[in-house]
Structure formats: C-alpha cells, structure tokens
Design a protein around this ligand. Structure first.
Ligand code: HSE
Length: 420
C-alpha cells in the first residue's frame, strides 16, 4: 500500500470507540481515509451518522473488494476473532482494539499474520492513547528491557481515585466509570482484573516475546480492597494502584503479574489518577522512563486506532522482534513477593504458607499482616482472594531466590539460631 493510496475502511462497531473514530476521522482529512460501511448489531438504535452507512450483515464489509482496511472495535470476543481472521484471509489490513480477543487468540493471530503478510495493528488494545505497544516493539531491544510496570485499566484506577480521594463508595465510583464510557459492558471484567491481565498478556508479547495466556499470569483486581487498606496506606504514606508488572530476573526468566500494589509518593505511578494509564519502563543505561496518558474513553481510544490506520499508509507491521529474532523469554513463578494481607479472621490465613511475617496488627476488626510468600503459592491457591481477604503488594515487591536465602539466614541468626 503506498502512502497516496486511499484507505477504504469497513468499520465493525459503533459504540464508544467506533463513534469516536467516526468523528475523529472527519477531523483528519489529510489521512485520505474514508469509512465506506459500518457493521452494527442493533439496527434499531439511533445513530449519529447517515442511515445508509450502516449494515447488520458482516459479509457486506468482509466481501467488499474495495474495502482494504477493516477496523474492528466491537465488544464480544469470538465474533471479533471471526471478523479479524476472515478480514486477514480476505486480504484486508486490520486494526483492532479488542484486547480480550487478542489475548485469547495470540497464537492464531501470529500465524495469520505470517501466512498473509498483512498488517494487524492494535495499539488501542493496551493503554488506549499511550503508544506503548509500538515503543516496546521498536525501541527496547531484548537485553535492554529490565522491567515494566503499568496501570493499564482506566476504570479500576478511576474507582480507586474516587474512593480514596473523594470518598465515594465503590458502587458510586463504578457507576460513574460506566456513565463515562470507561467500563466494559460487563464491569466485573475491569473490577476483577480480567481486562488488565488481557492487556498485560499483549504487552508481554511486545516487551519480552512471551506468548502467554491469561492463566499463565498471576492476577487479581480491586474487588476485595477496603477503606481500611487505604487507611493503612495513608499511615505509611502509600497509595493503592492496580499494577501490571514484568521483570527479567537474574536467572533470565520473566516474572509477570497484575496485582494491587502500594506505591510510594515518589513513584511515577502514584501520579496516575482517574481514567489515566501509565507505564514505567526500566532499561539499561536509560534508567526509568514514564509513559502517561488517557487509558480509556471515546477519543483517547479512537486516537490510537487512528494512529494505526495512519501507519497502514506506510505498510507498518509489528515484526515481533523479541519473539522471532531473539531467544524468546520464559515466564516463571519461582520468586517471592512481599505482600500486605488484610482480613476479618486469622483463621482465613494459612500462616504456614508464608515464608515469614514481619508485621501484624490484630487490634481492630480488620486485621492485617505484612509478610513474604512464594509467587507459586499464590498462583496455585486461592485463599488470598477468598473470604474478603485483600492482598496488596508492597512497593518493590519482588524478592529473588538468592536474596531470600540471605534474608532468611540473617533473620535466623538474629534470632540466635545456628543454620548450617
Ligand atoms: N474498560 C477499559 C478500561 C477500557 O477501563 O481501561 C479501555 O480499555
């Protein structure tokens, strides 16, 4: 496709993102792109665009030889996969924002790109307006990237901000996130961490060449976080965020999780509030870099879709360099995490599963402790998310095996024990 070629777009979905894109494209005449047809599910809904633009028959777009670009921004994952895969097979370039669908179908989507040689771009699927996928793909070479931490779900970040800074209750904050169009159609996808982990699976591919599934990543959402947790945080000068993290360990493997985390006030992520997203990348020589921007909403998401459409003019494709040109990295759960756990009853906590406990408070109704636990224990078991127990990582939570041996030795020595 040369850059003077007209992009004729078939758009799937005219919700928050689809309508946003329609408006944004109208304000971007220089792009030489036009929407020829929009496929929608419900023909009876009133739309802010001419009637003749719409169809409910997906084949009208998928089989139209004039349409050379399919933009897919629908909610349901399986129909989205059908649309994207059929469009690629039919010779069309594809732009998508469907994070769930992409995270669930990485191997098939990688194969289709190789087979067809066509572009499949999805910058809007993670961190919406922030160009984090393209940066991970293009800028950070395999050996350069030490770690990435990010807030990738706008709704949960919005809820945490409103609950702890404006004292709204959970339901009110969630309702606002829904009204503003940030939340998923099923908001438990946001609240329970599914949306964030879907995005993290996508980012792991571009950061480290890891082709993973949601089940491979340790995760939860903000469903069990309570006001008492924020109070403890305030006493310690810490704020709560839902953070995705990936780090290359000393053994060369990658630790990856999406969990609530206490962040210090001088952490870049503490600056990320409301529906904003942010990512801190740590790399050799450059030290830390911070990406920040709106992670949800109509125009911010449409802007990322628009940027992908624009990149098609230059035949831009993801090369998946970390996957194809390097030894791909492997995920591991063989490391330890420093955690804060709050709970109503000591019996809910299997204390023997913790490597050690360094702080505990039992005086009020909501009790808590700070301790160290093996990541695999959390990955394999559910006690830490049951009975209303809330787990929040400490700042800098990862402790590697070598470090823990030293720490254990020291604590036993301090206790006057001989450990040879
Ligand atoms: N529900 C998502 C969020 C929308 O809150 O981040 C953007 O992907």
């Amino acid at each position: 496709m040369s850059n003077d070629k007209q992009l004729v777009i078939g758009l799937f979905g005219f919700g928050v993102v689809g309508e946003g894109l329609y408006k944004v494209l109208h304000q971007t005449e220089s792009l030489n792109a036009r929407i020829k047809k929009v496929c929608i599910k419900n023909a009876n809904k009133k739309r802010n665009a001419p009637d003749e633009l719409f169809t409910t028959d997906r084949d009208v777009i998928l089989n139209d030889p004039e349409i050379n670009v399919v933009v897919e921004v629908i909610n349901e994952s399986e129909p989205a996969f059908y649309i994207v895969s059929t469009a690629l097979k039919n010779g069309k370039e594809v732009v998508s924002a469907s994070k769930k669908m992409i995270a669930e179908h990485l191997p098939e989507l990688l194969k289709l790109q190789t087979e067809t040689g066509l572009s499949f771009l999805y910058e809007a699927s993670a961190c919406a307006s922030i160009p984090v996928i393209r940066n991970l793909e293009e800028y950070y070479d395999n050996d350069l990237l030490h770690g990435i931490r990010g807030i990738v779900n706008g709704s949960t970040n919005y809820i945490l901000t409103k609950m702890f800074e404006e004292k709204l209750d959970f339901k009110q904050a969630l309702l606002q996130a829904q009204q503003l169009g940030f939340a998923e159609a099923d908001p438990t996808l946001d609240v329970d961490g599914w949306d964030a982990v879907n995005k993290w699976v996508i980012l792991l591919l571009h950061a480290y060449g890891v082709v993973s599934k949601v089940e491979d990543v340790l995760f939860t959402g903000i469903q069990n976080i309570q006001g008492a947790d924020a109070t403890v945080g305030r006493e310690k000068n810490l704020e709560i965020r839902l953070v995705g993290q990936a780090k290359k360990l000393q053994n060369g493997k990658v630790a990856a999780f999406v969990l609530p985390q206490f962040v210090k006030h001088d952490d870049h992520l503490s600056f990320v509030k409301n529906e904003y997203n942010g990512a801190v990348v740590e790399s050799s020589f450059a030290d830390k870099q911070f990406f920040y921007g709106k992670g949800a909403g109509s125009f911010p998401t449409a802007s990322a879709v628009l940027s992908d459409i624009s990149a098609l003019r230059y035949d831009y494709k993801y090369e998946y360099k970390k996957l194809y040109y390097h030894q791909p990295n492997e995920l591991t759960t063989d490391y330890y995490l420093k955690v804060y756990l709050s709970f109503d009853d000591w019996d809910f906590i299997p204390k023997e599963k913790l490597e050690w406990i360094e702080e505990w408070h039992a005086e009020s109704d909501r009790k808590y402790l700070v301790g160290v636990v093996h990541a695999n224990e959390l990955k394999q078991n559910n006690w830490w998310r049951e009975n209303g127990t809330s787990l929040i990582l400490s700042p800098e939570p990862i402790i590697e095996d070598v470090e823990i041996r030293k720490l254990k030795k020291k604590s036993l020595e301090l206790a006057g024990l001989n450990i040879n």
